[in-house]
Design a protein around this ligand. Structure first.
Ligand code: SF4
Length: 1011
């Protein structure tokens, strides 16, 4: 007789089976299609596995498959933008899977020679060709799902309820373009009795926005445009923005890694270009990384991982990673080649300067390099770059030139703008351009304007800053033992030029710019810029969108140059009418050293300061998820159309930002889109990746037959507005006529031609290469855009997925081939002579350690109070893309965890696997605890990319039909929602790096308690 207990056990087993069956339904469906289902699989051994791209027989002959076709494109799983080989159904054109492109330096090491026929390239995926096998990473394979994601936006949506309500109706593309350009009572159906300004009415490049404040620029500045990042299409966005005449455009740098870029900008004397400084991994013998996990974060992420693995196994590389979190780069296989140096969050500058101190005190700096005050002088001593270490700086606070470099003309040493040094040979002042070696350290008087003035060399100023803390004090601040500081410094000085110091997103904290500059400045002391095995700015890209060899795609006939202040206040407050009227402080901080402060866009627009936006267009941008603390700051205002009358998003998904839009246009993803992208600094050769719509798009079509996506939106909207540079006579040609820009292909195909013809043009594609990669289709779809000669060369570029310099072009002897010709800077004149908008005091103009301050200049620790024993940090996931919460990756890791070291877990009373709450001044989040020794004491860490509330984590109603949420996309904790605002500001504002305005997401005050 069955007992009750037995029945319950049986029900439990059935329930468990039901849960198992639900969880593994897709697998079961596939199994069900096996031989036992009665249907014969495609192959008796390989079942329904995808067909191979080609077969290679015993004689080595390659036979491409007839079932699948290949095309070369670019992955959008992250900002690395690796070249990929897309495998698609030969009949339908649907993408089946993707591999790494074996020609592409970001995906294969070494890449195949450019001339290798496509047929032969298949060997790279056979056992004998593994050396150049192209690879994809886990994120990239996951991002493949973007194309078929059931929650993707596939039609133009217009909100059918209050902003953010989740109620939408579909609307024809042409109608949406008309409404946005003309404006009107667009939301009367949703019960809103208001006139929405059309973009046509905003495009006024002549009338000042505010006659009393002409520095704000014209009325056209009332349109703002946010783009995600330079994914290869941003130049079309820029063209639209310039044609419209607004100064308000932003990429995402301010929310991503601006502190690092600004640190490199200061070091390399290039605030405008903000180059990407990277180690030459292949020949480096010792690398020191601050606030980044090479191979897991930073760019180019995948290539760095390959280079790092190669360097520490078969190469000479040893490295140390200074970070509050131990990452996947310090693996057992690395042995003693890799080590983790735990550090207290936000204190990197103190450690970097302590290392600098040790180097100077041990005379281990490269004095010969540092003494050369010009590029010509450096060349005489065999150096590929030079520094401004010996340049004299006026060092008298009461002097009007305080903080400025002395100029030769001021001292009667010549008529040019050259700096002044103390000639090491004569002990007398000399123009930097007329001296072979300057004194490294000088603190004395020079005769200026009829009186003696104190002057010091830039290196003297740096030394003073580095001596500000003893090693013991630096250890106290950072938590890094003195012996470790000494060991790191000593190791850095034992490898000649084959050393590198790198920094990245871990420096996105309130003192982040100084942290990055202080870290990167160690490269200056070591004199390794431009050396094989040292650091460099990468190989650059072939010119595509500028004044190219075939087409000038930068010119906009009849266009007006955008001008005026951005609403994100990325300029000098002293140049404003507000300053002239009120002086210091400004109503909110200004960031003259900021760039692309996307986090500030909505904050400023909704605050109406320095002026309101009337319309905002967002391209795949998601600052409400990506900018620390922004969601909390603007949540109560973003729904108010009075503050932002029109918000248009182009987005393949309703993400955390586009969910608030009035209109959402779909966008192409992955291998469906056009683009030309470059590489990041870790590729030392010249490289341009190209992509064109190579797979079938599920999106509706425009009248011209193109998918309704971001590119089509820009072109059609520009033509509806009558913007110059679009339409029939848009692109100037060499013969004085103009070509049309009526379709995206009109623009991108000509950019491809510029790439193909740059320098010595590429050879023509062979008939077979063109056929095997299907590239001719793109010319068939765009007849007459290129000449037949151009088509043959563009076919060559597209058949390889871009244009790539051979690896041998990276070096000239012991130097990197690409030289940096501006001075390496230990003192920044612009920082020294620009007052902060809130205090009137200048910025620290040498790499400096000081406890973090808020926008008001007040210390943050004191403002937050003492009740926060931990510091919260985030780190980049090795597998999980924050740009798309895909289902494949979620099956490996569904959520992130609250990570602590064992001692802190004990102190907080939480256990591994138990539940806990993180509390910060901004809020509370609950999750599962992971206790691991790879977290620095005093730190709580969260893996980034989880806890979405957009991207389908919430439901929506489209045309009256409810589309349910996929709650799995919301699992885990979103770090940025736990970041508080700046407590030192009079008005609510974001917590930022106090110099650049970069969103501060690291070193956040926190505590953890048992849930
Ligand atoms: S690193 Fe990975 S996710 Fe990023 S672009 Fe390359 S393959 Fe795609």
């Amino acid at each position: 007789m069955a007992t009750r207990r037995g029945v319950l056990k049986g029900l439990g087993a059935l329930g468990a089976l039901g849960i198992f069956a639900a969880g593994y339904a897709p697998t079961l469906r596939k199994l069900g299609r096996g031989w036992w289902s009665g249907r014969k699989p495609r192959h008796p051994v390989y079942g329904d596995a995808l067909p191979c791209e080609a077969a290679v027989n015993a004689a080595g002959e390659v036979t491409p498959s007839g079932e699948v076709a290949i095309a070369h494109a670019v992955c959008h799983g992250c900002t690395t933008l690796c070249g990929v080989r897309v495998v698609k159904d030969a009949r339908t054109g649907v993408a089946l899977r993707a591999l790494g492109n074996p020609y592409h330096p970001l995906s294969a090491d070494p890449p195949l020679p450019y001339a290798t026929p496509v047929r032969e390239s298949h060997r790279a995926f056979t056992p004998s060709g593994q050396a150049s096998r192209g690879v994809m990473c886990a994120r990239g394979n996951d991002a493949f799902e973007k194309m078929s994601d059931p929650l993707r936006v596939r039609a133009v949506l217009k909100r059918a309820g209050p902003r953010g309500s989740g109620r939408w109706r579909t609307i024809p593309f042409d109608e949406a373009i008309r409404e946005i350009s003309r404006g009107g009572r667009l939301f009367a159906e949703a019960g809103e009795d208001r006139e929405v300004p059309g973009l046509a009415s905003l495009r006024d490049v002549a009338t000042p926005l505010d006659p009393g404040a002409p520095e704000l620029g014209p009325r056209a500045n009332q349109l703002g445009v946010m783009a995600s990042f330079d994914d290869g299409r941003i130049e079309l966005v820029r063209r639209f923005v310039r044609a419209f005449g607004t100064a308000n455009m932003w990429e995402h740098r301010g929310t991503c890694a601006l502190t690092m870029r600004a640190g490199a900008a200061a070091l390399l004397s290039d605030w405008k270009g903000q180059p990407h400084l990277k180690p030459d991994f292949e020949h480096c013998e010792f690398a020191l990384f601050f606030g980044t996990s090479p191979g897991q974060a930073g760019n180019p992420f995948k290539r760095q991982a390959q280079l790092l693995a190669g360097g520490r196994t078969s190469g000479p590389l040893r490295y140390a990673v200074v970070d509050p979190v131990q990452h996947g780069n310090d693996v057992l296989a690395a042995g003693d080649r890799a080590r983790w140096v735990p550090i207290r969050p936000g204190t990197d500058a103190a450690l970097a300067l302590a290392i600098g101190r040790w180097i100077l005190e041990h005379d281990a700096h490269d004095a010969r390099y540092l003494a050369a005050p010009s590029l010509a002088a450096a060349a005489k001593v065999g150096e590929p770059s030079f520094s401004g270490a010996t340049w004299l700086v006026v060092s008298e606070p009461s002097h009007e030139r305080h903080g400025a470099f002395l100029r030769a003309a001021e001292l009667g040493l010549g008529g040019d703008d050259a700096a002044v040094v103390v000639d090491a040979a004569t002990g007398k002042p000399a123009a930097s351009t007329a001296c072979d070696a300057g004194a490294l350290f000088f603190d004395g008087e020079v005769w200026l304007g009829g009186r003696p003035v104190r002057a010091r060399t830039a290196l003297s100023l740096y030394r003073e800053s580095a001596l500000g803390l003893t090693l013991a004090q630096a250890s106290e601040v950072t938590g890094v033992p003195v012996a470790t500081i000494e060991a790191l410094a000593s190791e850095l000085t034992r490898h000649g030029k084959r050393v590198a110091v790198d920094a990245h997103g871990g420096t996105m904290h309130a003192g982040g710019f100084q942290a990055a500059w202080a870290a990167l400045a160690l490269n200056g002391l070591l004199g390794n810029l431009g050396w094989k095995g040292g650091v460099g700015t990468g190989g650059d890209a072939f010119p595509a969108f500028g004044e190219g060899p075939r087409y000038d795609l930068a010119a906009i006939p009849g266009g007006a140059k955008p001008r005026g202040v951005k609403i994100t206040r990325e300029s000098d407050y002293r140049e404003t009418s507000e300053f002239r009227a009120n002086g210091f402080p400004a109503r909110a901080p200004w960031f003259p050293f900021g760039r692309a402060l996307q986090g500030e866009v909505l904050a400023s627009a909704l605050d109406g300061y320095p002026y309101p936006l009337r319309a905002l267009v967002s391209f795949d941008a998601n600052p409400l998820y990506g900018a620390a603390g922004l969601d909390r700051l603007v949540r109560d205002r973003i729904a108010d159309p009075e503050r932002l009358p029109l918000f248009v998003a182009v987005d393949p998904f309703l993400n955390e930002t586009s969910r608030w839009a009035d209109y959402v246009f779909p966008d192409s993803v992955m291998y469906e889109s056009w683009g030309v992208s470059g590489a990041w600094g870790a590729v030392q050769t010249r490289l341009s990746s190209t992509r064109y719509p190579a797979v079938v798009s599920p999106l509706p079509r425009t009248a011209a037959g193109d998918p309704v996506d971001g590119d089509a939106f820009l072109v059609e909207l520009a033509m509806a507005l009558g913007l110059p540079g679009f339409g029939d006579a848009a692109i100037p040609l060499a013969d004085g006529t103009r070509a049309p820009l009526r379709r995206p292909g009109d623009f991108y195909l000509r950019a491809f031609a510029n790439v193909a013809f740059a320098g010595a043009p590429v050879p023509d594609a062979s008939e077979e290469d063109a056929a095997l990669t299907g590239v001719r289709d793109v010319f068939v779809r765009h007849p007459g855009v290129l000449t037949p000669e151009e088509e043959r060369k563009v076919a060559m570029v597209l058949s390889r997925g871009g244009r790539f310099q051979p690896a041998g072009a990276a070096y000239e002897g012991e130097w990197l081939a690409r030289r940096w010709e501006k001075p390496v800077a230990f003192h920044d004149e612009a920082l020294a002579r620009t007052p902060r908008s809130q205090t009137g005091r200048p910025y620290a103009a040498v790499p400096t350690w000081e406890p973090a301050v808020g926008g008001s200049g007040e210390p943050l620790d004191a403002a937050f109070g003492r009740e926060w024993p931990l510091r919260l940090v985030s780190y980049k996931s090795q597998t999980h893309s924050s740009m798309h919460p895909g289902t494949r990756i979620r099956s490996i890791r569904a959520r992130n965890a609250i990570e602590l070291c064992p001692e802190d877990a004990r102190r907080c009373g939480v256990v591994h696997g138990g539940r806990a709450r993180i509390e910060t001044p901004a809020g509370v989040a609950e999750g599962v605890v992971r206790v691991r020794a790879g977290i620095a004491p005093g730190v709580v860490a969260l893996e980034h990319g989880f806890g979405h509330w957009g991207f389908g984590a919430e439901g929506r109603v489209v045309d009256g039909e409810a589309l349910p949420a996929d709650a799995r996309r919301g699992l885990g904790i979103a770090h940025n929602r736990l970041v508080p605002g700046d407590p030192t500001l009079a008005r609510p504002g974001l917590l930022t790096d106090s110099v650049t305005g970069a969103a501060a997401r690291q070193a956040i005050p926190a505590r953890v308690v048992r849930a």
